[in-house]
Design a protein around this ligand. Structure first.
Ligand code: K7E
Ligand code: CUA
Length: 662
């Protein structure tokens, strides 16, 4: 336990901090504020560092954060939105998993279409495992327009429109059943990258594990983004076949390396796991897939691959164009180079000149030079891997290695020429300096900061763009152990905010934020003023699916119930504090089409619409229209009501849905 009283020295430092703080405020005198605050600090046993951390993160009511962080939600299947530095959670954007507050996936026809597009052989999936969010970029910088996210479990990609923070598209990868190296975007978001993970037969097919080397494959998919349409265009997209090496994280080249894609891999051994019929000659993946000293960094010439795909030099797999390994070799699209033991992260430095790779079982980060890679390719004459893919010599392409600590995973950058690498085993974040042209005294460890515990990704402000801000780092920790009250045996994850503004070895841990609804992997932090979300939809009768007014959407005066045989159509409006109509009568077995418009134009005037017993639940934001369709299977009296406490007479915002027995 901490000492509950401040020492004299601490008190002096603390008083100085308060003077600084009070100089910035017009309320009260510094001595009044100082003595009150000093007493609080003493009573709570706060150290100088605690007080400094509090002053750096405290965000008064009504003050908006400087940065917004988009974090994956792991197997919660969503994307989380936080303010930085307050670490306040602002939203969990529903993506792959139904979410009742946003009325996501509880009857809305548009949501049914989205989920259907993400189905596997007709099986509609209701969860995902989101790993890597990617903000859209212009010239290598975040532009605040769109966000992409992958689903590792089922190899899907989703697109979120940042005008309303809603998911607009879900795509199932036609090649692979699972993915990991996605989503990453090219510097102008022409392409959204989705790399594979666990090799499997392409097209979600069957093949026995005995045929692993011939029938199991890795892949990378290049999804074409049509910014004007606000959608990925699957018709203009293509994939590339890769050996079954378990491709891992990818990153897109930028600046000098624009047009190139880098992915690592971690099962070049082609282990197929412990075989129950042959325990003697097989082993667990954990040893089998890490038996060798090296895996392969994949280096892909995307611009050349686009030309090859455009020329039709592809085969069709599950109706999707695929560049085969042989075509990739013949057209110089794909190269490998060794990377040390069980690599995980690959991250491109801000100028696009260096590629940073971390090996989980190697205490170094390995820095490859893009210029040296280009020289090695130009020089020709390569060894090849088992599949005939050119293998660049490690010594020809490596610029430096920096020993950072145990279990290095992922790296981000700042505006001072530093890089930050997560150390999973050491439970540290390492700061190290990049070499020329970033810093003259580069390629050395500067310092570490303890985190709690077992960090996966780290993220710095705009830290994977061509112009990182630095300033803040968030450590996305897997274990929280003793940090919080533990709500039963399933512990929250722990996000820790770190101040990285001061050069040199010191970084200050500022704040712990439990994450209680998923296990985030990667995150990105964007300046808040780059985002321009809507406050209300621009017109009453707005369809968030098409982001346009919907012709025929219910309006005031057009409400009613119409019947055509057993087809019943209800046109309903919502405003404070009633539905129109308030009574709807159908007959058991009728097919019901229910159109609803929230006709409000005031900020935050959201209404909900819930029908008990039918699993129907919508959230209608101001101006929004939606349609639900269902069979009135069960007779009874179903009391629909508004789920958002919208006014003093919100409880009266209700109606009767009467289903007469057939
Ligand atoms: Cu968890 Cu980027 Cu999927 Cu590492 S990944 S932690
Ligand atoms: Cu509308 Cu409560």
């Amino acid at each position: 336990m901490r000492n509950a009283s401040l020492s004299v020295g601490r008190f002096a430092a603390f008083a100085a901090l308060l003077l600084i703080a009070s100089a910035c405020t017009s309320n009260g005198t510094s001595s009044e504020l100082g003595s009150d605050a000093a007493q609080i600090a003493a009573e709570r046993g706060l150290s100088d560092a605690d007080i400094a951390a509090a002053l750096k993160t405290y965000t008064p009511s009504g003050v908006i954060d400087e940065y917004i962080m988009f974090s994956s939600g792991g197997h919660g299947g969503q994307v989380f939105v936080f303010g930085i530095p307050s670490m306040r959670m602002l939203k969990s954007i529903a993506v792959f998993t139904p979410e009742p507050w946003q009325g996501w996936g509880y009857g809305d026809e548009h949501h049914k279409e989205l989920f259907a597009a993400g189905a596997v052989d007709g099986e509609v999936l209701t969860w995902g495992d989101t790993h890597h969010p990617a903000l859209s970029e212009t010239n290598g910088d975040y532009d605040g327009e769109f966000l992409f996210i992958n689903d590792k479990a089922n190899a899907r990609v989703a697109l979120i429109d940042l005008r309303d923070f809603e998911t607009k598209q879900i795509l199932k990868n036609p090649l692979s059943i699972n993915d990991h190296g996605g989503t990453f975007v090219t510097p102008d978001t022409e392409w959204v990258i989705e790399g594979g993970q666990y090799a499997s037969p392409l097209a979600w097919d069957y093949a026995p594990l005995d045929n692993y080397s011939t029938q199991y494959r890795g892949m990378i998919t290049f999804w074409k983004f049509d910014r004007a349409a606000g959608r990925i265009d699957p018709e203009a997209s293509f994939g590339m076949e890769l050996p079954p090496y378990w491709q891992d994280v990818c990153d897109s080249g930028k600046a000098v390396s624009k047009g190139w894609i880098f992915c690592n891999s971690f099962n070049v051994e082609m282990s197929t796991g412990l075989n129950p019929d042959d325990l003697e000659n097989s082993e667990y993946f954990e040893s089998g897939a890490s038996a060798g000293e090296n895996d392969y960094l994949h280096i892909i010439d995307l611009d050349a691959a686009v030309a090859v795909a455009a020329a039709g030099e592809t085969v069709e797999v599950n109706g999707f164009p695929l560049i085969t390994i042989d075509t990739a070799i013949a057209n110089d699209l794909l190269y490998f180079t060794p990377e040390p033991k069980s690599p995980h992260g690959v991250d491109i430095a801000p100028r696009g000149d260096y590629i940073v790779v971390s090996g989980k079982l190697d205490p170094h980060v390995t820095i490859y030079s893009f210029a040296k890679i280009q020289e090695a390719i130009a020089a020709g004459s390569f060894d090849t891997d088992k599949y005939g893919i050119p293998l660049l010599d490690f010594d020809d392409v490596v610029e430096a290695q920096v020993e950072v600590g145990l279990g290095p995973l992922h790296t981000q950058f700042d505006d001072q020429g530093y890089a930050y690498t997560s150390l999973f085993l050491d439970s540290d974040v390492a700061r190290w300096s990049l070499g020329s042209p970033y810093r003259e005294d580069g390629w050395k460890l500067e310092g570490t900061v303890d985190i709690h515990y077992n960090v996966g990704h780290v993220v710095t402000a705009e830290g994977d763009t061509v112009s990182p801000d630095g300033k803040y780092l968030v450590s996305l920790n897997k274990w929280s152990l003793d940090r919080f009250f533990h709500p039963g045996p399933l512990y929250p994850q722990n996000f820790q905010l770190v101040d990285i503004s001061k050069p040199g070895p010191d970084m200050q841990l500022l704040y712990d934020m439990p994450v209680a609804n998923g296990e985030p992997h990667y995150a990105q932090i964007i300046k808040a003023d780059k985002l321009q979300p809507m406050t209300v939809y621009p017109e009453v009768g707005w369809d968030p699916g098409s982001m346009a007014p919907k012709p025929g959407a219910p309006k005031i005066g057009s409400e009613g119930v119409t019947r055509n045989g057993n087809q019943v159509t209800i046109d309903m409006t919502l405003m404070r504090s009633h539905f129109t109509p308030e009574r709807v009568t159908v007959t058991q077995g009728d097919h019901v089409t229910w159109n609803l418009t929230n006709v409000e134009t005031s900020e935050d005037a959201t209404h909900g619409f819930a029908i008990p017993g039918y699993n129907i639940n919508l959230s209608l934001e101001p101006g929004e229209t939606a349609t639900i369709e269902f069979e009135a299977k069960n007779d009874g009296v179903f009391t629909y009501y508004c789920t958002e406490f919208c006014s003093a007479l919100h409880l009266e915002m209700a109606g009767y849905f009467l289903v007469e027995p057939n």
